[in-house]
Design a protein around this ligand. Structure first.
Ligand code: T1G
Length: 691
């Protein structure tokens, strides 16, 4: 065995030279890995005993892409050409794939003559999720292997394709036995030699791209079908343009196009924000006083109290992860209804091909209904998801305390109530934690894990790990009104309401939020959710615009009218009825309505969010600014290409945010008082997220 460098070694196994990379955690294409490939290839090519070459990785995965943290940093180093060394080899080169061959990792594999993989492996070009595109030839090679349509789907979604599908598409040439990748790859190399197979280069395979030449409709139709999903993002369009180049330009010209468009994205604000978001999501799992080796509590069974919208959605998360769930209701009809909704959700997913009918039955089989809380005695964790009333929650937790086994975690899904108060009725406050799911709980990625005063470190560590297991993005927050996400949302909602009394119409405010990149604005959201949440007809006195609308039975989309009028296709239209109601309210309030610019609407809605984030950090209700950004991207639709409220505040300039808050404070009082931390950051020339 020859050490090529610190992360690469070369061995001759019979007549096959094996280059092995070992650079934890994911064999990312650091300078060392790149040199390891280049110099390892030179050694293998020079080795007379090697008739074929295998490129393989130790650890959890084949190369999972470029070293994202190092992207964009300029370093003057000796030029090397690892991809060229692979592709120009005079001996057959076989990539041996396990784990996830992603981005530059798959691109390296595509420079090899052949690729083998274990069935559990997955391949993808997910650069789009980082606001980028494959910058090492993948945009030109992948379409040549799989055709432009599949390349469009893979590269603009960033999907990880399972090995079996990769085999069917031609990305992988053979599946080898699980756990025997090295042997399988060497055997495949020997087969290539024995059959005297050609030194096939992906760059020379042109049938599929030539067949697409002269059919611009492939791209036009794809763009049209995905316009809504790609709205505001640059990277999907730039990926599409590279695939068009693969179809219409010779390979080397296409590479030049790829390089040009890659550099444009890498230099842009969107990719900087999306690469920040990638690390922010992973940083959120790191809790300074809860070390990685904190013992975990096994959670192999879960109880849910409440089979309503939230309880049902939460239950699905665990069934999806193969964890048995007992869901408890108080009445049979509520339980039956809840289980029926779960089944319907699964069947809808199956009808779209997302899961199979067998998956539906398997997951439903993991969910047991009960009317008896004692059924929760053996479970490892209970999540309470009932009405937001403290008396009801206290009653439930005192019962759970008596029923559940020692060591069971008692979690509440409350979105705002004080978890310390809930914990106070139990003898095990150390086992009480908040797991704040977002509706629909089986869809929304965000989970706010709420640490109460006495919550133990094992319970926190277990909850954070469990979040990842059920496919959630978790952030640890503290006990305060609205925790972090809703507390910041309250700032935006208040300003939106106030702007209506100053002359802005709901559709003006929604448009500004939509154009900023949110999926929809606050008023469209309210119409979707229903204006009558918490509204009681008998007590309604028309004191607010919402009351006035509900009293006219304008309770949102479900009644065909709310802030907006909805046509038969549920398309929202500004409503003269709503406009009149608002104008009457404004007239009665004595305020002189004025024209409010889009810029003022944006600042009024977003600056107080940044300021509230600063207060949250001051109070220790979030560990770091990027956790706040993770929460707002994954729970409230903040556009990931804008990084999150705290990243955005840095981008705008905290001095500008501070000046804006001071101006509002001077005009409208201390509600807009700048956070001390915001003042401090500006005084010290610091920012929240830029490292
Ligand atoms: N670069 C640097 N660090 C990375 C990394 C990467 N590509 N991928 C993962 N990590 C770190 C991550 O920060 C974490 O660190 C640890 O590895 C485990 O990750 C030229 C330009 C591979 C599916 O986009 O999708 O190639 O927190 O917690 O859930 O065209 O990581 O432990 O300190 O996510 O098992 C393209 C990104 C790059 C893949 C594993 N590649 N990574 O998921 O573990 S751009 C990607 C992932 C590119 C070329 C272009 C996932 C994973 P720490 P993890 P996981």
């Amino acid at each position: 065995m020859t050490a090529i460098n610190a992360v690469t070694d070369y061995t001759l196994d019979g007549d096959v030279g094996v280059i092995t990379l070992n650079s934890p955690p994911v064999n990312a294409l650091s300078r060392g890995v790149l040199e390891g490939i280049a110099f390892g290839m030179q050694a293998a090519v020079a080795d007379p005993g090697a008739k074929a070459i295998v490129l393989i990785c130790e650890g959890r995965t084949f190369i999972a892409g470029a070293d994202i943290g190092g992207l964009g940093s300029r370093r003057e180093e000796r030029p090397i050409d690892p991809m060229g060394e692979l592709e120009r080899s005079p001996k057959p080169v076989i990539a041996a794939i396990h784990g996830t061959a992603l981005g530059g990792g798959l691109e390296a594999a595509l420079c090899c003559n052949y690729r083998v993989a274990v069935p559990s492996a997955r391949c993808g070009l997910p650069e789009v999720n980082l606001g980028l595109l494959p910058g090492a030839g993948g945009t030109q090679r992948l379409p040549r292997l799989v055709g432009p349509q599949k390349a469009l789907e893979m590269m603009t979604s960033g999907m990880h394709v399972p090995a079996r599908q990769c085999l069917e598409m031609g990305v992988v040439d053979e599946l080898v036995e699980e756990g025997k990748l090295r042997e399988g790859a060497i055997a495949f190399a020997r087969k290539v030699l024995a059959e005297n197979r050609p030194l096939r280069k992906v760059r020379d395979i042109s049938e599929k791209v030539e067949a697409a030449r002269g059919h611009p409709e492939i791209f036009a139709e794809f763009r049209k079908a995905n316009a809504r999903k790609f709205r505001g993002f640059m990277a999907p369009e730039w990926n599409i343009r590279c695939i068009e180049a693969a179809v219409n330009q010779p390979f080397d010209e296409g590479i030049k196009t790829e390089q040009k468009l890659f550099r444009e994205l890498l230099a842009g604000e969107q990719s900087a924000a999306q690469r920040y978001a990638f690390f922010a999501e992973r940083q959120a799992n790191k809790i300074p006083d809860v070390p990685d080796d904190t013992p975990l509590i096994p959670v192999n069974s879960v109880g849910i109290i409440g089979a309503g919208t939230m309880g049902g959605g939460i239950a699905m998360n665990f069934a999806n992860a193969g964890i048995p769930v007992t869901i408890v209701e108080v009445k049979q009809d509520a339980l039956d209804r809840g289980l029926g909704v779960i089944r319907k959700n699964y069947e809808r997913t199956a009808s779209r091909g997302g899961i199979t009918a067998a998956d539906v039955e398997k997951r439903m089989g993991l969910i047991t209904g009960s009317l008896d809380m004692n059924a929760l005695a053996p479970v490892d964790m209970v999540i309470e998801a009932v009405f937001e009333r403290m008396d009801i929650k206290k009653d439930i937790f005192s019962k759970l305390d008596a029923i559940c086994k020692p060591g069971a975690i008692l979690a509440t899904n409350t979105s705002a109530l004080n978890i310390d108060e809930i914990a106070s009725v139990t003898k095990r406050p150390e086992a009480v934690i908040g797991l704040h799911f977002f509706s629909p709980a089986n869809v929304m990625k965000l989970l706010e894990v709420v640490r109460a005063d006495h919550t133990s470190k094992p319970v926190i560590a277990t909850s954070m790990k469990l979040a990842k297991k059920i496919g959630k993005v978790a952030a640890l927050v503290g006990v305060c009104p609205g925790f972090v996400g809703n507390r910041i949302l309250g700032q935006r909602q208040r300003e939106a309401q106030k702007l209506m009394f100053e002359g802005a119409m709901p559709w003006d405010i929604d448009r500004v939020m939509y154009d900023f990149g949110f999926p929809m604005g606050p008023f469209a959201m309210s119409d979707l959710a229903g204006l009558d949440i918490g509204w009681v007809k008998e007590n309604s006195r028309g004191e607010t615009i919402r009351d006035a609308l509900c009293e006219l039975d304008r309770r949102g989309q479900k009644t065909g009218a709310g802030y907006y009028d909805y046509d038969e296709n549920r398309v929202a239209h500004p409503s003269p009825v709503t406009e009149k109601i608002i104008q009457d309210f404004v007239a009665r309030s004595g305020v002189n309505a004025r024209t409010i610019t889009d810029e003022e609407i944006l600042e009024r809605c977003l600056y107080p969010m940044v300021n509230e984030g600063a207060k949250i950090l001051e109070e220790g209700m979030a560990i770091r600014a990027s956790d706040i950004d993770v929460i707002w991207e994954n729970g409230y639709g903040w556009p990931v290409y804008r990084g999150g409220p705290m990243w955005w505040g840095d981008q705008i300039g905290l001095d500008k945010v501070l000046a804006g808050m001071k101006k509002l404070q001077a005009q409208m009082g201390d509600l807009y008082k700048p956070a001390a931390l915001l003042e401090k950051m500006v005084a010290e020339g610091k920012n929240f997220t830029r490292v």
